[in-house]
Design a protein around this ligand. Structure first.
Ligand SMILES: Cc1ncc(COP(=O)(O)O)c(C=O)c1O
Length: 506
């Protein structure tokens, strides 16, 4: 009796595409995407489709029993996605910290997926692992961090910060916290961060079991930067109360206004008390590459760990983030377990052994995220990024000047490439609570109108209890003309809303 499974001599697998099918479908897709990229400025940023419309577009039938031709499928879904997505690559997309993605990154993702490297373990992905290691070194070099650091690519800023948090926890706990857990030590581990810190820190405190009550939310000054005196007082009070402070977080470009904490001062507080100094540079770290960057920002080089997101200000397609640690040993110390199903015989090497990335972070199977970042760095070089980031900042500063000059706009803050301002119609000074109540309501509704209008996309920030519109330029497609157009689009929509909402005054 033959032991061969039937029909596998010349196997026809439904998932496979032969070379010709792949070539034809791929060429058509790339042609469509080239047209998509060049037509972005003429497209609405969003059609603001309802969930119902989106569901109808993809169909509500159950799981297909039988397949469909790959080329036809790609044509169909390309049409839907290019017409109905929210286009964060549009030159007038200025909302959140989501960049225009470099087209080369899209091709890099295609290449990475085609090779399908599993960057879990060096021998499964030799070149990819080395490209990731070089990417980490280059990102360190770009931001002024020591290049003999450790690091790895992760999915986003949240994960990069959480990895750093876990690394700090293990490095700073005086006992084996990985084996014995937090309850082995009665003293509470505590962490310090400004009230402007992104919500990743709550997730980190939660998933590590440290608990969100252990986060000390430090006040900020009028520029939304951590108050260093308050920080020191809080650490000292915790020590006196028997807590175990382990980490201070500085933010290099906070999510609301882009303000950069005084990183040299935080570094000094950490050095004095032997605390881990972490910098959330998810957004702002790449701006440290600018020769004219402030000393406050450049001091991220003093950190024990940094989170930085190439999918934000290095224009890599989502997802691409990176965590850097000053002492490379701290990553395996925090994450390495040696399962028996992985042989870890070192491959003979003249230099340092290659990384087994499963030992350095949370993921086991890992994609080749580094490729798009590495290719981006090779494609435009340091000077290319410096130029693009500098242009983004200059355009953001222009938004501030335009808002300042417009009689119906009130400029509020400008840091890195984030600007905040609000619509303030004639008759409202914004200097009393009644005015502010109305301006908050008006600007809140204005945001919805702008976000669904398709002409320009902005987001919001709450500063001192007031509701502001917020632009973030991390977009190499944005030009001065787009910025010049912004005030009139905002003011026209604001006037329209004001005419409907304005309360009759006594
Ligand atoms: C300062 C900061 N940290 C962390 C994050 C989270 O990054 P991600 O959305 O990539 O997880 C953001 C997102 O905007 C951010 O601005």
């Amino acid at each position: 009796m033959s032991s061969k499974p039937q029909g596998t001599d010349t196997r026809i697998a439904p998932a496979n595409l032969d070379a010709e099918e792949f070539r034809t479908a791929g060429h058509r897709l790339v042609d469509s995407l080239a047209d998509f990229f060049s037509s972005l400025p003429e497209r609405p940023i969003t059609r603001a489709d309802s969930p119902q419309v989106a569901r109808e577009l993809i169909g509500t039938e159950g799981l297909p029993e039988h397949g469909t031709d790959a080329g036809a499928l790609l044509d169909e879904v390309t049409r839907i996605l290019t017409a109905h997505s929210l286009h964060n690559g549009h030159p007038r997309f200025l909302g959140y910290i989501t960049s225009s993605a470099a087209p080369l990154g899209a091709l890099a993702d295609l290449l990475a997926a085609s090779i399908n490297a599993n960057v879990v373990k060096w021998d499964l992905s030799p070149i990819a692992s080395e490209i990731e290691a070089q990417t980490v070194r280059w990102l360190a070099e770009l931001t002024g961090f020591p290049t003999d650091c450790g690091g790895l690519m992760v999915s986003g800023g949240n994960l990069a910060n959480i990895i750093a948090f876990m690394t700090a926890r293990t490095a700073q706990a005086a006992w084996d916290v990985r084996a014995r857990g937090l309850h082995a030590e009665p003293r509470q581990l505590t962490v310090y961060a400004s009230k402007q810190t992104h919500t990743w820190i709550e997730k980190a405190a939660d998933v590590t079991g440290i608990g969100t009550d252990a986060i000390r939310w430090i006040d900020t000054d009028t520029d939304q930067r951590i108050d260093i005196d308050a920080l020191e007082r809080c650490v000292d009070a915790d020590v006196a109360a028997g807590c175990l402070p382990f980490m201070i977080v500085g933010t290099a470009g906070n999510v609301s206004t882009g303000a950069v904490d005084s990183l040299p001062d935080i570094a000094a507080v950490c050095a004095k008390r032997s605390l881990w100094f972490h910098v959330d540079g998810a957004y702002g770290a790449p701006a440290a590459a600018l020769p004219e960057a402030s000393p406050e920002l450049k001091a991220l080089a003093l950190a024990d760990s940094i989170a930085l997101d190439p999918h934000k200000w290095l224009y890599a397609p989502i997802e691409a983030a990176c965590v850097l640690v000053r002492n490379p040993e701290t990553l395996p110390n925090a994450f390495c377990f040696q399962p028996e199903y992985y042989s870890v015989e070192a491959i003979a090497s003249d230099g340092a052994p290659g990384n087994n990335y499963y030992e350095l972070g949370l993921q086991n199977t890992r994609g080749f995220r580094a490729l798009k970042v590495w290719l981006g760095l090779r494609h435009v070089g340091r000077s290319g990024y410096v130029q693009m980031i500098r242009d983004d900042i200059a355009l953001a500063q222009q938004i501030y000047r335009l808002a300042e000059a417009h009689p119906e706009l009130e400029a509020c803050t400008q840091h890195l490439s984030i600007t905040t301002f609000r619509y303030r119609p004639a008759g409202y000074s914004g200097r009393n609570a009644t005015d502010d109540d109305y301006l908050n309501k008006l600007n809140r509704q204005l945001l919805t109108k702008l976000q669904t209008g398709g002409d320009i996309y902005v987001s919001n920030a709450i500063i001192g209890g007031r509701y502001y519109l917020r632009t973030c330029v991390v977009n190499f497609r944005t030009t001065a003309a787009d910025i010049e157009a912004l005030p009139e689009i905002v003011v026209a929509a604001g006037r329209h809303l004001d005419s409907r909402l304005r309360p009759t005054r006594p």
